[in-house]
Structures are given as structure tokens and as C-alpha cells.
Design a protein around this ligand. Sequence first.
Ligand SMILES: [Fe+2]
Ligand SMILES: [Fe+2]
Length: 472
Amino acid sequence: MENNKMSVVSQNSYRPLKLERQKSYRELFHFFLDESTPAPEKEKLSAQLLQRELHQIDPPSIPLPDEPVQIKDWLFQQNMQNCERYQQYLSRRQAGGQREYFQHVAAAYDFLVKVAPVKYVDGSWLYSTLKHWSDPNFQHLIMIYLEELGLGSAKANHVSMYQQLLSSLNLQDLVEGLEDEYYYQPVVQLALAYAPQQYLPEVIGFNLGYEQLPLHLLISNYELAELGLDHQYFNVHITIDNLDNGHAHRSVAALEYAYSQAANKTEFIEKLKRGYALNDVGLGSTEIIKNSDLTPLIEKIFKKKAVVGKLIHNNRCRFAQASVNEWLSNDQKVVEFLQMLQDKQWIKRGQHPSESRFWQLIHNEEGKMFGVFSVAEQQIIYDWIAQAYTERRAPFKAVTPVQQADDYIVDYFNSSEQQALQQQLKLARSAEEKINLLLPYLAPHQHHNPTGLWATRQLTQFLFPQALQQIQ
Ligand SMILES: [Fe+2]
Ligand SMILES: [Fe+2]
């Protein structure tokens, strides 16, 4: 699933959070994903967070109709509009138009890094529905969740897929340097993962928005493929989220079922709309692409290198009245150093990178700094230097080879944790007891680990055995 930016909600600006125990969304993100934190504590914080977020939403401003049948038609229209806009995009490209999202590989890398926190919790907003596994009302939502988890296959688990994508490109370390605002939407999703039962209409509303096909997904998928990058993660969201029989379809079916059961339908729709509006909290993909700027990413890469770099240069190695070690001594100096390299023409932006002495130092095999920057970092530096030099430039060919998720091998059988779980399952006296033993292993922090994948497969076998037969 992908973030769908269809509604026009004005509450999406980043709000620094002041809760008692946590200071930032990044810390809350790690709080929810900390395996040592008991679930009741997560549920308590979830209720606080959701109350705060939902309180700030004004339901009449949300363009979702008031009746399920109208909602279904409205979503269909939105879907058609996005498909038409995608066709227009393709026509522009076929007529010789430039890429509209990712000018170069580094812009795609910048995007992949910035959306990583939200991709690392893909599907999480439905975790709270699992405890209702015996209630047929929840079967669509639970099936979506299990499919987000790849039905227990590492190759198909969306979080594993994204982790694998970033590690194959050697980009995972850059996620660590992301600003707090990139953790806002993922924290909302994790709050929904641990939402108390009264928030079910909001969960359904959020899911309804998130499972629709957004235009940015179609274009991102196209341009990532065009740049020679692995786009499987994005492609899978175009196929399994489809409105005909995929997640978008299931999300509408879940809404219709829950609506038919709701005692107070007006209140249900209002809560549904609030949940839907949570899709627009924080930064969305389109906004991230639009605001892409490589300079902050370059600064982060240099600051990261400076941690070691400030200690290893010879003190005779000087640049504009200061030693390189001094230039690298703190974050502010690193930024100044980067500017100095440009002022002194060691980096000539807007020209072919081979014209820059700094590039020669880091890229040529005989260069004194060869090997300091990874292939991914070199790609980002290359595109940053060449940025304005787009017409005659030959593309840099150092993109890390695509590593398919098939290479990702999980050893299902070596985990002592899993052996302990298997033992507990053997001792359980009923299917109900077994299922309840499995559920915690499908939590957002756990489901993509070997035991979580195994538990997901077992749970799918209990609840939807026919789904597993289809993939065998
Ligand atoms: Fe997904
Ligand atoms: Fe989905």
C-alpha cells in the first residue's frame, strides 16, 4: 500500500510533539517498534496520540461522501482520474518529455531514503484488527494485513522487500540521518496498529484512503524502472492494491460490512472520515518528491564521513589556512568545507564531474580518496555535481546492480525463539489458544523477522488456508 493523497485536508503540517515521556516522532517510532516495550504501554500511548491527532481534524472539510455506496463510486472516479492523468504523463514522455519525478538516480535515492520510515511500517495500521480474527466482520482487513506481510514469505513481505531494496542499494545508513518530520506519518500508522477497539471506524477510514491507487505511485514505478532501479516494491502496490479485487476492493468491502453493523451510522461515518484524513498527516510522497534537494543529503554524507575523517588526515594536509582535520572537526565546519571546495573550484557544479578535482580524488582508482565513498554515495555526489549539466552528460554507470528479493534467504528453522513458539503451540489445547499465541509475532516490529514470517504463515494456514494454496 501506498499513501494516497486524494483528500484536501489542511492539517498536514508537521507539529513537534510534546508528550510526557517522548520528545520526538523518531523516538515514538522506536518506542512502538521496541520489542521490549509491553503491548499495553503501546496501546496507552496510541490512545493519547490518536486522540490528539483526530481532535484536530474537521470532518466536514474531508471530501469523502456520507454513504458507503457513494464512497465506492467516488473512489472509483478518483481511481479513473489518476489513471487518466497517468496516461497523460505517458503521452508527455512519449513525446520526448523529461522525467518529471527523478531527474537522475540520486533524486530517486533521496526519495527512497526519505520514505523509508513509512515503508518500514507498511501495513502496520491494521495490526489491531488481528485480535478480532474470529469475527467475520474483520476478514477483509485481516486478509489485507496478511498480504502486506506476504503471507509469511520474506520475498513478498512488504517491509522485508523495502529493507532489501535499500540494503541492495547501500542506502540504509542514510535513513538514520532523516529529520523528525519523516517519522510523523509512520508514527500515526503505528498508533493505529495499537489502537483500542473504539477506533475501528478510524482504522477502516485510514485503510480506505491508503489502499487506493495514487498517481505518484504509477509515475514513481515508471521512472524507477527507467533509471534501472529495482521497482518491484512499487509495482506490487499497483497490482495487489487494485480496486477490482485487490486491497482497494477489500477496503471498501470492510467499510460496507462495518457500516451495516454500526448502531450509530452518522457517528461511524464521522469517525471514518477522521481516520481517512490521517492519510494526510505528515509528509506524503508527492510532497517529498517536489521538495527534493540533494544538498542536505550531500551534507549528511560528508558529516558522516567526517566522524572518522577528522582523525585520519595528516595535519600537513591543509586547505585555505586550516587542516582538513579542522575542517572536518564539527558539523558546521563540514558545511563550510563543502562550500570552500566549490569556491576553490575543487568541485565544479554544473560541469561534468570528471572536471572536478574532488571527484577525481574519490572516484579514480589512483585517487587518494578512492574507496572512501560507497557506490551509492558516489552516485549522489556525481548527480549533485552534474545537476545543472543535464544536456550532454553521459550517465554515471555506477548504479549498484539490481539485487532481486529472491536473493534474500531467511533461515526459518534456526531460531531458538521459533523453537520455543513451536513448543508452546504443541502444548496448546485448542486452535483458539494457538492463534492467540501466534498474534504477538505478527506485530509491526516482529512480522518480518524469521519467527514473525513463520508465525504469519501458521496464522494464514489457520484463517485462510486457500490463500496459501494459491501461492504454493
Ligand atoms: Fe504494502
Ligand atoms: Fe495494500
